[in-house]
Design a binder for this molecule. Structure first.
Ligand code: GRF
Length: 191
């Protein structure tokens, strides 16, 4: 059974979707650690509520930067948990070589657009202001670029004429919650 480490900074809805896919028997995996750089984040609250092992990544003194030291602390936490695969789910720091080199081809991310379209922040707003007909979500491998790694799986979401950033983001997130467990199963089947 594949051992997952999940890392996020925010609400943790994708972590929760993965957890539910596991508890419902849809995904044969185990969440062995949930890590966050934000001690009061929803993702850690959800991990606690489900009794999942969790820890805070100490990124001090930096508010945004993911220092090499903090990355090495993260590597240690992930190795201690003996993870097979790492899922970034709303992690707001840029992962660099210390972490990438420790887990080559083992780190996934979910992004709220059909990459390579709309990389970076607030991708759903980019889709709306661009007048796109469709957007969606992408699960991809993490490399040293921003949202540039190899694509594993995508799900399309059609834009509606009256969409706002909020309505589109909500539909994209619903698609993410289906896409991430599917992508993990796909990757696991090749490990
Ligand atoms: C998701 O929309 C994901 O695409 C982006 O960050 C968000 C995380 O949401 N990378 P959540 O914390 O899983 O609810």
């Amino acid at each position: 059974m594949i051992r997952l480490g999940i890392i996020g900074s925010g609400t943790g809805s994708n972590m929760w979707a993965i957890h539910q896919a596991i508890t419902s028997g849809q995904l044969d995996a185990q969440i062995v650690t949930v890590l966050s750089d934000q001690p009061r984040s929803g993702i850690l609250e959800k991990a606690r509520s489900a009794d999942l092992p969790h820890a805070v990544i100490d990124c001090a003194p930096f508010k945004q930067k993911f220092s090499p030291e903090a990355q090495l602390r993260t590597v240690q936490l992930l190795q201690d948990a003996d993870v097979d695969l790492i899922c970034l789910a709303g992690f707001m720091r840029i992962v660099g070589h210390p972490l990438l080199d420790a887990f080559p081809k083992r780190i996934l991310n979910i992004h709220p657009s059909l990459l390579p379209a709309y990389p970076g922040l607030a991708a759903w707003e980019q889709a709306i202001s661009d007048g796109a007909e469709k957007s969606g979500c992408t699960v991809h491998y993490v490399d040293s670029g921003i949202d540039t790694g190899g694509i594993i799986l995508q799900k399309e979401v059609a834009l509606r004429p009256n969409d706002t950033a909020e309505t589109l983001h909500a539909r994209i997130q619903a698609a993410e919650h289906i896409a991430y467990p599917e992508a993990i199963a796909l990757v696991a089947s090749h490990l």
